[in-house]
Design a protein around this ligand. Sequence first.
Ligand SMILES: Cc1ncc(COP(=O)(O)O)c(C=O)c1O
Length: 462
Amino acid sequence: MTAGGLGAQAASAERRERSPRATEGLGAAEAPRLITELPGPKAREVLERDGRTTSPSLPRAYPFVPARGAGSVLEDVDGNRFLDLNAGIAVTSTGHCHPLVVEAVQRQAGELLHYSASDFYLPIYSELAERLDEVAPMAGPTRAFLTNSGTEAVEASIKLARWSTGRQYVIAFYGSFHGRSYGSVSLTASKATYRAGFGPLLPGALHAYYGDGRDLPGGVPEAAEGFPTIDHIEHFVMQRIVAPDEVAAVVVEPVLGEGGYIVPPDGWLAALRELCDRHGILLVCDEVQSGMGRTGKMWAVEHMGVEPDILIAGKGIASGMPLGAMIAKDAVMTWTKGTHGSTFGGNPLSCAAAIATLDVIRDEELLEQAAKIGDSLKNGLQDLQTRREAIRDVRGVGLMIGIDLPDHDAAAAVERAAFDRGLLVLGCGERAIRMSPPLVITEEQARTGLEVFEEAVAEVST
Ligand SMILES: Cc1ncc(COP(=O)(O)O)c(C=O)c1O
């Protein structure tokens, strides 16, 4: 323990005094408004304390220090206003502090904060499971296991797939991100940093090439019949490395998130589904980033006409409260009493936020909104691409949009130049910027976002 906690104590006292309605009016703002240099004086204090006290492993992107938010707008500790095209990394699906989500959490907090759903029967846990079943992309009945995060839901899916098939191997994809705990990081293959120094990882985790094969040695094969990456699994991985009847599951992101916001070619996921069916392998779709309406449908797999056996949800599921879900076909989730559980998973506050999130997505027609604004944002970026040579590719579905720049340094420079103008975007993949705003973003805010993004690209191009 060290002396010097006064800054933190003062911050806590100030927080207690602040009006609970401090975000009123903020969400309607259309443009960023900067009133200090960045980071400002209060932000610098936080950075200083943080630098002394928190884990140096945290991969901070730039010195943004948020204090409050509403809709797609955030204010930092110095009163600077930012337009948020990150949504806290694809989390605040209904926007920051949606009043109905906040109210649901407050009401639940006044009634019951916790009682372990693993050992007893929380009504709100099964209520949410029923609501998830209603929106699950599977035709038959499903069951849900709730967690505190995406990575725990991925862990649960590895365990369930092994348990229910009696097989050991799991195939994931180069470029994918499934989390950082041991099972999920063994599947993650987007950056070596996530794995370096932590081996040995989970035995039985194998990798194959994703989508159009851009990671294949030699790049995307020219005008091939079928899908070379699926052929590679069948004729290489399953011939040389693992017999198909030893593979429990293929775990796949229907749209790559952290790995670059990459959409696989039409028909690719269906071909993967068909390969799994032929060999009795479970298809696990990780929709932690692409789910909850981000792509303009509740789940990205719905664009692809594919039913997973197990669906993983997280991030946007509870608009910012910590929650993950493993949703599996009833016929797959057959594991028996005591095989898996969690003290906090499916915490009542997070469940209340998730139910409110589902209500808001339905009542405010946010799927339609995400599809519509996603299209205009993507069209605007494609238009920008014709004017700015630095923009090499624009891709995505709905409000999950990736923009390639010439290299990693250029992407990092655009990210920073945008921040310096009050626009929050984030890098992904080798050289991309991702845009994943709250689903409630307005046309005007999206237009402003485009203008500021163009200025950031222009600064870096000159
Ligand atoms: C596709 C995907 N799966 C899993 C995870 C892990 O989720 P969490 O960070 O909540 O553990 C992430 C997080 O970025 C993700 O994007």
